[in-house]
Design a protein around this ligand. Structure first.
Ligand SMILES: Nc1ncnc2c1ncn2[C@@H]1O[C@H](COP(=O)(O)OP(=O)(O)OP(=O)(O)O)[C@@H](O)[C@H]1O
Ligand SMILES: [Mg+2]
Length: 271
């Protein structure tokens, strides 16, 4: 297969279980360059674990996985990763720009870029995520949303072939949710990166999404949002009555069993 048509992610008969607990099984999936792929599902359904498989941090229980035609390996410069949020300790001895700089000259080219070009690229990335005003602040002193914007800048810094985002919009205000969502999509279009975006809430990204993987109770569905986010499809997946309401371009899932885990606004958080 030529490089041009080679999938970025390829899974065959892929399954992941912890002990007796099967998170997903029998997953056959190719994600192509430039595809925007969302992973949806309730807490503990295996979304983060899916990303860890692609990162080479977690082995499959069954089946095979390839990223850019090879078994995934830790620390690959081809992958940009925005981890599910954890705060930096207040004492973390890095400035905002140091964190983004790690994404620019950390590993990707093998040789370090000249200091001036690194600085220029870091400044450009800081501006892109709206972090220019706190570029020199210690990261541990920044708010959760400010830290998150830096993680996104770091993840796209090396123009990865595969961009993995785990709940990347969490703790961003609406303005920055929109800005970051646009930034990820612009990056995808500019570099033809494949994006795998894990989220509970598809609405902020739904206009960009090509396909979704919906995980529930050890089972899954893959397809376009129109194919998967339907009452009949989700009712079958969950084995209980689910309604999907589309209103003003938004998708709201009603009667979702996972929604009982959420403490606020069940319907909107349901995805
Ligand atoms: N290394 C591990 N050993 C045993 N169990 C694990 C391990 N990693 C994850 N799990 C379990 O697998 C399940 C799926 O975890 P995962 O983090 O993938 O969920 P998630 O879909 O990302 O959930 P959330 O929406 O809460 O982030 C959880 O029940 C978790 O406790
Ligand atoms: Mg998770």
């Amino acid at each position: 297969m030529s490089t041009a048509t080679r999938p970025v992610v390829s899974l065959r008969g892929a399954g992941l279980a912890f002990g007796d607990r099967v998170l997903w099984d029998g997953l056959d999936l190719d994600i192509r360059p430039g595809e925007y792929f969302a992973v949806l599902g309730g807490n503990g359904t295996g979304k983060t674990s899916f990303l860890k498989v692609l990162l080479g941090l977690l082995p499959l229980t069954t089946g095979t996985v390839e990223v850019s035609g090879e078994p995934p390996r830790r620390g690959s410069g081809r992958i940009g990763y925005v981890p599910q949020q954890r705060a930096f300790a207040a004492s973390t001895p890095l400035r905002a720009r140091d964190l983004v700089g790690l994404g620019v000259d950390g590993h990707r080219w093998g040789i370090r870029l000249g200091t001036r070009s690194v600085r220029r690229r870091v400044d450009e990335l800081l501006e892109l995520v709206g972090a220019g005003s706190y570029a020199d602040a210690p990261v541990g002193t920044l708010s959760g949303g400010e830290q998150q914007r830096l993680r996104i800048a770091q993840a796209i810094a090396g123009d990865p072939e595969l961009l993995l985002c785990d709940e990347a919009l969490l703790s961003l205000d609406l303005h920055h949710q929109h800005a970051v969502s646009e930034l990820v999509d612009e990056q995808r279009r500019r570099t033809d990166a494949a994006v795998v975006f894990v989220t509970h809430e598809i609405n902020p990204i739904i206009e960009h999404v090509d396909r979704v993987l919906y995980l529930a109770g050890g089972r899954f569905r893959v397809g376009t949002p129109d194919e998967v986010l339907r009452g009949d499809v989700l009712s079958e997946l969950y084995g209980t009555r689910i309604d999907v309401v589309r209103t003003g371009g938004r998708v709201v899932v009603v009667g979702h069993p996972d929604s009982s885990h959420h403490t606020h606004d069940d319907q909107e958080m349901a995805l």
